[in-house]
Design a protein around this ligand. Structure first.
Ligand SMILES: Cc1cc2nc3c(=O)[nH]c(=O)nc-3n(C[C@H](O)[C@H](O)[C@H](O)COP(=O)(O)OP(=O)(O)OC[C@H]3O[C@@H](n4cnc5c(N)ncnc54)[C@H](O)[C@@H]3O)c2cc1C
Length: 433
């Protein structure tokens, strides 16, 4: 590419897509550089199990301003979740079952205790440094659970209920979950509903196609970036296939776990570098399971480390069969499982259940993701992520992994992409004055 661009946006996940669309709408000359041969990053739809499935991020909510605004703008509706009739939960090695009232009757008071200080810790959830949270940044989810002095049964039920968002309880800090609860007025159950209930009609791909129909940005697929050098007057970007791209500014909208694969100069501040080096620990995933027959809607929870299937729920029916999805805390534990292996695990909960097919994308081993959704390690949520959000010369980072609102989500990615675009546009305008 010979011309000098105004902005090169690197990474075409939801953050990069929004940034490229917003900047081009303001009249900037923009290119969107994406390593894969498709758009969407950790949102990804594919045909499997006799349907078209969301193999990555899918659930959204009307409480999330950026995603909701995009859906309304493009006239896209959301699918309501199926009401679950039967809950199964693994605790102390035993499968328990009951109604929604039975299950949430145990879980809700445990959530209340666990997140009791969320609003005190994050009184303004959009400003993570509003108060000094250095002490809370040392605390892991495991530390927090230990501090509640629960019976082993209560502990297992709580760990199972949290299993849809974690890799392991000791790898993640409590700070991000406290901020998530604070965003929903301290009600972790409300956060949970937004994070995992309503999907997009036509899916994430339909939404992306609609968003990009509005852009003049040049879209370059199959273009992995290998280095970003800020020379002061311009940024020079090199790609794996030997191209050089020059831009006045760049937005780096990459997953945290792949930023370290790109040479960035000048180097970043120490805490930001440390966050990039230590990575997002979420080596988790999501599996779809097609079950023979239309069976009563159900959910299953099991603590991380106690089962390869952790947070499972009926999603819909397809041609007389039942489709369920499951968040799995450990990608390595589920990757080895075929339909038979998944059926064996499921039959521990529901004897006689018959698995017809499964579908899975391993985000942990995906070269351009290297992990799942963002769940911060202790020590970085209010430090490294804050540093990464600041401009670094002509380089601006963006993405769901470092977002100040709803981190680890599609909403977080969109909000961060919009914010980055706005910052860059403002700076470009200032330079021109
Ligand atoms: C299994 C799973 C389930 C999830 N479920 C939900 C959910 O239900 N609801 C929700 O809100 N969120 C969910 N999430 C989280 C959500 O998908 C992400 O937070 C969001 O999609 C991240 O968007 P992003 O643009 O920041 O990053 P990404 O989508 O990862 O986009 C980054 C892009 O950068 C590209 N890239 C990487 N390296 C390079 C390079 N060197 N050069 C150029 N391009 C590169 C990647 O290919 C990718 O396209 C889920 C995530 C996963 C993995």
């Amino acid at each position: 590419m010979d011309e000098l661009l105004d902005v090169a946006v690197i990474g075409a996940g939801m953050a990069g897509i929004i940034a490229a669309r917003d900047l081009s709408a303001k009249g900037h000359k923009v290119a969107l550089l994406e390593a894969r041969d498709r758009l969407g990053g950790r949102t990804y739809m594919d045909s499997a199990c006799g349907d078209v499935l969301e193999l990555g991020g899918a659930f959204v909510h009307w409480t999330q301003p950026h995603i909701w605004n995009e859906l309304r703008r493009h006239g896209i509706l959301v699918n309501p979740p199926i009401e679950v009739c039967r809950h199964y939960w693994l605790a102390d090695g035993v499968v328990h079952s009951g109604s929604a009232e039975d299950f949430f009757g145990i879980v809700s008071p445990l959530f209340e205790r666990m997140f009791a200080d969320s609003r005190a810790r994050f009184p303004m959830p959009f400003d993570h440094t509003a108060i000094d949270n250095a002490d809370i940044e040392k605390e892991t989810i495991e530390d927090r659970i230990n501090s509640l002095n629960l019976s082993s049964y209560e502990r297992a039920v709580l760990e199972g209920a949290l299993s849809g968002v974690v890799h392991s309880y000791k790898d993640h800090g409590i700070a991000q979950l406290l901020q998530s609860a604070a965003t929903y007025f301290g009600n972790f159950g409300a956060f949970f509903e937004t994070a995992g209930s309503w999907s997009i009609q036509g899916g994430t791909k339909g939404l992306i196609d609609s968003i990009l129909a509005d852009t003049t940005a040049k879209i370059c697929l199959s273009t992995p970036v290998t280095s970003i050098i800020d020379e002061g007057s311009q940024v020079t970007i090199s790609t794996r296939d030997g191209q050089t791209i020059r831009a006045r500014s760049t937005i780096v909208a990459l997953p945290l776990n792949t930023i370290g694969d790109v040479r960035i100069s000048p180097s970043l501040p120490p805490v930001a570098r440390s966050m990039i080096e230590k990575k997002n620990p979420t080596m988790a995933g999501k599996i779809w399971i097609r079950i023979r027959g239309e069976i009563e809607p159900f959910s299953i929870t099991a603590p991380a480390g106690k089962s390869p299937l952790n947070a499972l729920r009926t999603e819909r029916y397809v041609n007389g069969d039942t489709l369920v999805f499951c968040m799995c805390c450990d990608d390595a534990a589920i990757r080895a499982k075929d339909s038979q292996g998944v059926q064996d695990v499921l039959r521990m909960f529901i004897p006689g259940i018959e698995v017809v097919d499964i579908a899975y994308h391993s985000w942990a081993t995906d070269e351009f993701a290297k992990g799942g959704w963002m769940m911060n390690r202790p020590g970085f949520f209010t430090t490294g992520a804050v540093d990464l959000r600041k401009p670094h010369g002509n380089i601006q980072f963006a993405g769901g992994d470092i977002s100040d609102s709803e981190p680890g989500s599609i909403e977080g990615a969109m909000s961060s992409g919009a914010q980055a675009a706005s910052n860059v546009s403002f700076r470009l305008a200032k330079v021109q004055l």
